[in-house]
Design a protein around this ligand. Structure first.
Ligand code: NAG
Ligand code: NAG
Ligand code: NAG
Ligand code: NAG
Ligand code: NAG
Length: 506
């Protein structure tokens, strides 16, 4: 009789203990906090950390697709008709990225590196041979030169004469290879004969193969996980000098290759892109799933490229009041040696409809032309990303060049790119394993509560039986095996309770 009541008491006390501790842990989220602190500590750009090697040499394959706009009515356009373009592409390249000359600074608080990229053509993923396919498009070097000499009667006349004698028109026909990787332009060659600073060769991706875009210094995230991968300086500068306000010139966020763990749906993700010569931001759009990994989709909202009327914060991107363009465009001439180059999303996605209407052949579609980043919110890992951007040239009437006389200001599309990446299977498996551990450990208190609940059931059954026995005064020895079992159970419970403490070390 005393042995049994002792067992019943033990079960009751253990059950109460488990329930109290379990519910306490659930409410205080001790294990979740523990796990999150562990993630913050492990996701840092430090030698030997979980993420360092894949940051230096990202394993997922990156593909770069180029699409060109082939102009089909050059002569009519020059006589005042609406331009018609035909999209030609993709010309696809496998992009290889790695970080060069990585060195730790300031006791592992910062790291410096060069981002090297190289491109290898993939014929089977392309529409044609870039060495053969020819595209008619804006003669960008000529427009750059005309803009440069604008305002000087003498220099304009000179360039005008040269352009006539070299048969260098407002439009040109070149192969895809030439447009991307460079060709010697006769007008530039003529100018470089007298001005050594001018490069003879022009190409949209000229000198971009196997090269880097300058030294970056990043925060490693050791001090604060929110700083993980954040750019501190680029080419030794913590501010840009292209734009006219401090806000526009600031270098914000990461370079797009690393994002801090424990992402929030409400936060703005900042990315500094040297291609655009500015920082942009992205906002949460929706929940997605890639290879079984949950992710938040972040995408740049319209306000990023909105006109200064729509978003006054963008005023700093107008280099002069006359050069302010409408929503959806960014004039990047300050960082293109003054060439009238305008960046936008492909097909003027998110731009003022007047730019779409001005060009025959544009059809913006969110699904095909938006830029987005799918990030796993727990780890900050990129599970899928698409960067899409279009290169345009601003055509306008330029005094001293009679051929441009009939021309209205037109933002003329030349090419757009689609750079995409999806997490590789091996990395996906690693992330899934990590997420599983995080979930299991975070929810461990629920296991304790569950055990407590089971014991509560056992406790009630024992109590009911004990009461019945008291009334029927039966022999108690037949029940001893049962009470023995119950005695072991609470021990089992605490034993199981101890094991997962070793788990987080995995
Ligand atoms: C571009 O258009 C021209 C004529 O307008 C055509 O001859 C040429 O084949 C086109 N290029 C491509 C790659 O389709
Ligand atoms: C140029 O703009 C004027 C006034 O906005 C318009 O009347 C004319 O049709 C335009 N010309 C072309 C070629 O678009
Ligand atoms: C990396 O360091 C080596 C040796 O110090 C140097 O020759 C090379 O130019 C550096 N690479 C870059 C991209 O700066
Ligand atoms: C880029 O360089 C690599 C080797 O460094 C070469 O294999 C590849 O063909 C080059 N790509 C282009 C587009 O020239
Ligand atoms: C960009 O690339 C992705 C992945 O390769 C592809 O799914 C998508 O259709 C491409 N977008 C366009 C506009 O071609």
């Amino acid at each position: 009789m005393t042995r049994r009541s002792c067992a019943i008491h033990a079960v009751g006390v253990t059950c109460a203990l488990l329930l109290v501790v379990g519910i306490g842990l659930v409410v205080a989220q001790v294990f979740r906090t523990l796990m999150h602190n562990r993630l913050k500590k492990e996701i840092v750009l430090v030698e030997g950390s979980r993420v360092f090697e894949s940051w230096k040499t990202p394993p997922p394959p990156v593909y770069m697709e180029f699409f060109f706009f082939n102009v089909t009515n050059v002569n009519e356009f020059l006589e005042g008709a609406k331009p018609e373009v035909q999209q030609v592409g993709p010309y696809t390249y496998r992009e290889y990225r790695y970080k060069d000359n990585v060195s730790m600074l300031e006791n592992d608080l910062k790291v410096s590196a060069y981002n090297t990229k190289s491109f290898v053509f993939l014929r089977e993923r392309s529409v044609g041979d870039p060495a053969v396919d020819s595209i008619t498009t804006v003669n960008i070097p000529a427009w750059a030169v005309m803009n440069k000499v604008k305002g000087s009667f003498f220099r304009s006349s000179m360039v005008s004469i040269w352009m006539n004698s070299l048969k260098s028109g407002l439009f040109t026909t070149r192969t895809v290879d030439e447009l991307l990787w460079g060709y010697e332009d006769p007008l530039l060659a003529r100018i470089s004969a007298t001005n050594a600073e001018v490069e003879k060769v022009f190409g949209l991706m000229y000198k971009k193969n196997g090269s880097n875009d300058g030294e970056f210094i990043y925060h490693t995230g050791k001090q604060n996980y929110m700083d993980y991968g954040r750019v501190e300086t680029w080419k030794g500068q913590s501010q840009l000098t292209f734009w006219t306000s401090n806000q526009s010139n600031s270098i914000n966020g990461s370079d797009g290759s690393a994002f801090h763990p424990l992402l929030n749906k409400d936060e703005r993700i900042y990315i500094f892109t040297p291609d655009l010569c500015r920082s942009i931001y992205m906002e949460f759009e929706k929940d997605v799933e890639v290879k079984g990994i949950p992710a938040y989709r972040f995408t740049p909202p319209r306000s990023v490229l909105a006109s200064k009327e729509e978003n006054p914060a963008n005023e700093g991107f107008c280099v002069s009041p006359q050069e302010c363009l409408g929503t959806g465009l960014l004039k990047v001439s300050p960082c293109r040696k003054g060439a009238p180059v305008v960046a936008s999303f492909p097909h003027f996605h998110l731009a003022d409809p007047k730019y779409v209407a001005a060009i025959g052949g544009m059809s913006p579609q969110r699904q095909h032309h938006q830029t987005f980043l799918d990030l796993n919110p727990t780890t900050g890992v990129i599970v899928r990303a698409n960067k899409r951007a279009q290169v345009n040239v601003l055509l306008s009437r330029i005094p001293g060049f009679p051929k441009t006389r009939g021309m209205n200001e037109t933002v003329f599309p030349v090419m757009f790119l689609n750079e995409s990446v999806v997490i590789d299977d091996a990395s996906a498996a690693r992330v899934q394993k990590l997420l599983l551990i995080v979930t299991l450990v975070s929810n461990f208190p629920l296991v304790i509560v569950g055990l407590g609940a089971i014991l509560l059931g056992v406790f009630i059954i024992l109590l009911v039986r004990a009461r019945k026995q008291k009334t029927s005064t039966e022999d108690d020895t037949s029940y001893s095996p049962v009470s023995d079992k119950e005695k072991e159970d609470p021990q089992n419970g605490t034993y199981i309770g101890l094991t997962p403490k070793a788990d987080p070390q995995d």
